[in-house]
Design a protein around this ligand. Structure first.
Ligand SMILES: Cc1cc2nc3c(=O)[nH]c(=O)nc-3n(C[C@H](O)[C@H](O)[C@H](O)COP(=O)(O)O)c2cc1C
Length: 200
């Protein structure tokens, strides 16, 4: 049985939300209320993490509100060109150390990025579920972000996220219009192996 949603085909029947989530660049510029944004962040909050350490931290700004220009200005030129029409920007951070149960001293965390990745995944799915879309961005100035967002050394800056309602793709340059559609995926056989690693 296959599942067709959003021009995507899943080879197994899964929740359609996984196919409905995608990363647009044409955003409508709609306003997002703090309550709507916090609903999306709430989903991230419930992600699993090693020792339930919850190493993630989210620095956000809503379009035209406190911090918007600062966060937007940290994106590279390409990402800024389309993300300026997003409704909110979020910088995802993760704490690189944790306090294991019963320990008196923090130790380096092996999984802080993995954990923050789970949180971002939940955030993106909740955004799609609520009629928004979240687009991850690694294209940003990490050094300047640390200074301007006052991020302590104990946190890694993972990536930024643009959240908005999908808009009219004709607002994008021609080359980007062609890419403005949900993308396919590798076959499961390429990314899964039984018992030991077998390259796909
Ligand atoms: C951590 C991360 C960083 C990304 N960085 C960028 C970026 O800097 N600019 C951009 O346009 N897209 C960026 N993307 C979007 C990916 O290209 C996109 O998620 C991927 O092509 C799969 O498409 P889909 O999200 O529509 O399914 C990033 C995505 C992730 C998860």
């Amino acid at each position: 049985m296959t599942l067709h949603v959003n021009s995507r085909i899943a080879d197994h029947v899964i929740n359609p939300l996984f196919l409905e989530r995608w990363s647009p660049r044409a955003y409508s510029g709609a306003e997002i209320s703090k309550a709507e944004l916090f609903e999306i962040l709430e989903a991230a909050r419930w992600a699993p993490s090693a020792y339930n350490a919850q190493p993630w931290h989210f620095v956000y700004a809503r379009r035209g509100e406190e911090g918007w220009d600062r966060l937007l200005g940290l994106l590279n030129e390409f990402n800024r060109s389309w993300a300026q029409q997003a409704s909110a920007l979020i910088f995802v951070l993760s704490k690189t150390s944790l306090l294991p149960p019963g320990a008196s001293k923090e130790v380096p965390s092996y999984t802080h990025s993995f954990d923050a990745g789970a949180a971002w995944g939940a955030l993106a799915l909740q955004a799609a579920h609520s009629g928004w879309q979240a687009h991850g961005m690694a294209g940003l100035d990490y050094d300047r972000a640390r200074t301007e967002l006052e991020v302590p050394e104990s946190y890694r800056i993972e990536a930024a996220v643009a959240i908005g309602r999908p808009g009219d793709k004709t607002q994008l340059p021609e080359a980007l219009q062609q890419r403005e559609q949900p993308s396919p995926r590798k076959a499961l056989s390429e990314i899964v192996s039984e018992g030991r690693f077998v390259a796909g």
